[in-house]
Design a protein around this ligand. Structure first.
Ligand SMILES: *Cc1c(COP(=O)(O)O)cnc(C)c1O
Length: 393
C-alpha cells in the first residue's frame, strides 16, 4: 500500500489486496472456510509457517481489511475485529489478566463493561478498584503489587467526563501497567490514545464507526505482541466479526471523517444553544469552556465529539416528559447514528441503580443525553426546544 499521509485518504484508499476480479468495491467474502492447495499447504498454514486464511473464525479478507484500516487510523500495528464492542472489551481484559490479578478502571465505564468488571472477572479471581478520574493524584493509592492493567473510557458515557490520557500514560508506565482505552465515543478521527501511551485501544464499532445504526461490531488494537494474545483467545473462543459486518464497517470508515466533522459541528451548536436555555441547569460538552476538563479535552481531542449531556430542570418527572415530547429525535438504545437520539438514563437504562451508584457515574435525575445526528442543526434545535418548553409543569 502507498504511504498516504492524511486520515481521510487512508480511510478511503486502503483496500484489501485480496480482490482478484478488479472490483472497485471489495466484495464480501461470505465463506466459512478457505481451500488448501495441498496437505503440505494446510500443515504450513496451521503451523503459522505461511500466512493465509483457513477458517472465518480465525481470519477473513473482509475482517483483515476493516481491522488493518482501523490500525492505520489509530496509529497501531495490529488488531482483532470482534462480533461486538463488548466482545472487544472482554477480550482486551481477559487476554492479559489471570487469577489473582488486579485491574484499575475509571468508575464511569459503559454499563456492560461495569458488569464484566464487577460480575464476570471475580469468577476468575480478578479484582478491581475504581478510581476517581477527576483526581488522578489519588490513583497511586489504588496500585497493588498484583495490579496489571489500567482501563479507561474517555469521554465517558453518559456523563462525558474527560480523563487526562497523557497523565494516565505516565502513571501506567511508572507502575508497569497495560494501559487500555475504550475509544468508542471519540473514534480514531478525534483522539488517538496510543499517542499518549495507551497499549491497547478498544472500540465498539457499532456507534460512530458504523454511524448508521446497521451492525454490531468491535475491535481491539495494539502492538503485534499484545494482539497475538487477543488473537489466540478470539480464535479459540470465537466472538469473531462476520464478513458482512466488516464489509459494512470498512465502507463506513471511508466516510468517518466527514460524518464526525458534521456530528461535532452540530453538537457544539446544540451545546451552545442549551447553555442559554432557561429550562436547563447545566450542559456538558468537552469543547465548551464550562467543561471542568476543557483544557485536557482540547489537548487530546481534535473536536468535542457528537454527544451532548445536559440537566433539565425538574428531575426525573420532567426528564421522562421530555422524552415523550420529542417529535423528530429517536428514542432508542443506540448512539452515534445519523439520526439524533435522546436518552434519559435515570428513568430508563439506569433506573435500577441506587442514588449513590448513579452519582458515582455522573447520572443525575434530570440528565438527558443527546447523540447529535446529521440532520439539519435547526431541526435538531427546534425539536429539543419545543420538547423543553412542553415539559414545563
Ligand atoms: C456501546 C458501547 C460499548 C459496547 O459496544 P457494543 O457494540 O454494544 O457491544 C462499549 N463501550 C462504549 C463506550 C459504548 O458506548
Amino acid at each position: 500500500m502507498k504511504d498516504y499521509k492524511h486520515f481521510e485518504t487512508k480511510a478511503i484508499r486502503y483496500q484489501s489486496d485480496q480482490s482478484y476480479n478488479k472490483e472497485h468495491s471489495v466484495p464480501i467474502y461470505a465463506t466459512s472456510s478457505f481451500l488448501f492447495d495441498s496437505a503440505e499447504e494446510a500443515r504450513a498454514l496451521f503451523d503459522n509457517e505461511i500466512e493465509g486464511n483457513i477458517y472465518t473464525r480465525f481470519s477473513n479478507p473482509n475482517n483483515e481489511e476493516f481491522i488493518t484500516k482501523l490500525c492505520l487510523l489509530e496509529g497501531l500495528e495490529d488488531g482483532v475485529a470482534t462480533s461486538s464492542g463488548m466482545a472487544a472489551m472482554f477480550l482486551s481484559i481477559a487476554a492479559f489478566l489471570e487469577q489473582g490479578d488486579h485491574l484499575i478502571a475509571s468508575r464511569a465505564v459503559f454499563g456492560s463493561t461495569h458488569q464484566i468488571i464487577t460480575q464476570v472477572l471475580p469468577k476468575w479471581g480478578i479484582t478491581h478498584t475504581y478510581v476517581d478520574t477527576n483526581h488522578p493524584e489519588t490513583w497511586e493509592s489504588a496500585v497493588l503489587p498484583n495490579t496489571k492493567m489500567l482501563f479507561l473510557e474517555t469521554p465517558s458515557n453518559p456523563g462525558l467526563d474527560i480523563i487526562d490520557l497523557e497523565l494516565a500514560g505516565t502513571f501506567a508506565k511508572k507502575n508497569n501497567l497495560i494501559f487500555n482505552v475504550d475509544n468508542c465515543f471519540a473514534t480514531p478521527y478525534l483522539q488517538n490514545p496510543a499517542k499518549w501511551g495507551a497499549h491497547l485501544v478498544s472500540h465498539s464499532a457499532t456507534k460512530f464507526i458504523d454511524g448508521q445504526g446497521r451492525v454490531i461490531g468491535g475491535a481491539i488494537l495494539g502492538n503485534k505482541e499484545l494482539i497475538e494474545k487477543v488473537r489466540f483467545l478470539n480464535r479459540h473462543i470465537g466472538p469473531s466479526m462476520s464478513p458482512f459486518n466488516s464489509w459494512i464497517l470498512s465502507k463506513s470508515l471511508e466516510t468517518l471523517a466527514v460524518r464526525m466533522d458534521r456530528h461535532c459541528q452540530n453538537a457544539i451548536e446544540l451545546a451552545r444553544f442549551l447553555e442559554d436555555h432557561k429550562e436547563v441547569n447545566w450542559v456538558k460538552y468537552p469543547f465548551l469552556s464550562s467543561h471542568p476538563m476543557y483544557e485536557v479535552a482540547k489537548k487530546q481531542m481534535s473536536q468535542g465529539g457528537g454527544m451532548v449531556s445536559f440537566e433539565i430542570k425538574g428531575g426525573i418527572e420532567r426528564g421522562s416528559k421530555f422524552l415523550n415530547n420529542v417529535k423528530m429525535m429517536s428514542l432508542t438504545a443506540n448512539l452515534g447514528d445519523t439520526r439524533s437520539i435522546a436518552t434519559h438514563p435515570a428513568s430508563t437504562t439506569h433506573s435500577k441503580l441506587s442514588d449513590d451508584d448513579k452519582m458515582a457515574v455522573g447520572i443525575t435525575d434530570g440528565l438527558i443525553r443527546i447523540s447529535v445526528g446529521l440532520e439539519h442543526i435547526n431541526d435538531i434545535i427546534d425539536d429539543i426546544d419545543q420538547a423543553l418548553g412542553k415539559s414545563e409543569i
